[in-house]
Design a protein around this ligand. Structure first.
Ligand SMILES: [Zn+2]
Length: 184
């Protein structure tokens, strides 16, 4: 079942990364302690708090605005070559890494990037750690956890039961297409 829903989601074709997706990409990597380098390497940004209840923290928003500001020059996530300004152009898209299910940039034309930013994080992926997430509406999030538990323990939920469909805010960005290069 899990595999099938993945395949269906991957089939969605997107044209370019939206600013929200790039912001989400940074938010996820910040949650793993990766920094964003700005001003030609003079400064590194890593907000202490990324998410407060169901929204991004003020500190996060301030850092994000700093990244978008022309004064900051080239900004990029540590361990990656593409600048955040590049990611906001139609040449780039955001997909999920094959290895660790984190958002990674993908060139819409030409060759994919050599590696995922997870490459230099020896402790990642780690199923013991909470996976980074997006700000979510707590009710929907709890309902999605409840539904996943229900599916795990009672996979044969009749279609008319009060269980919610699976699409409620999962903790990882399943709305993104997934890297295809590692399949099989
Ligand atoms: Zn990865």
């Amino acid at each position: 079942m899990e595999k099938l829903s993945f395949a269906l989601i991957s089939a969605k074709v997107k044209i370019m990364a939206s600013q929200d997706q790039v912001k989400q990409y940074i938010a996820y990597w910040w949650q793993l302690g990766k920094k964003v380098v700005i001003r030609n390497g003079e400064q590194k940004l890593l907000p202490k708090t990324i998410i407060v209840s169901d929204r991004y923290s003020q500190e996060f928003e301030a850092c994000w605005q700093q990244i978008l500001s022309p004064d900051s020059g080239d900004c990029y996530l540590e361990g990656t070559d593409e600048t955040i300004a590049q990611l906001l152009t139609p040449e780039w898209d955001i997909i999920l890494c094959c290895r660790c299910v984190m958002p990674i940039p993908l060139r819409t034309l030409g060759m994919p990037p050599n590696s995922c930013p997870c490459n230099d994080l020896p402790s990642w992926p780690n199923s013991e750690l909470p996976h980074p997430r997006s700000p979510v509406d707590t009710t929907a999030h709890l309902s999605s956890i409840r539904h996943r538990l229900l599916r795990q323990y009672a996979p044969e939920i009749p279609p008319n039961s009060d269980a919610q469909p699976v699409h409620l805010e999962p903790p990882i960005p399943f709305s993104l297409p997934r890297c295809q290069s590692n399949h099989g």
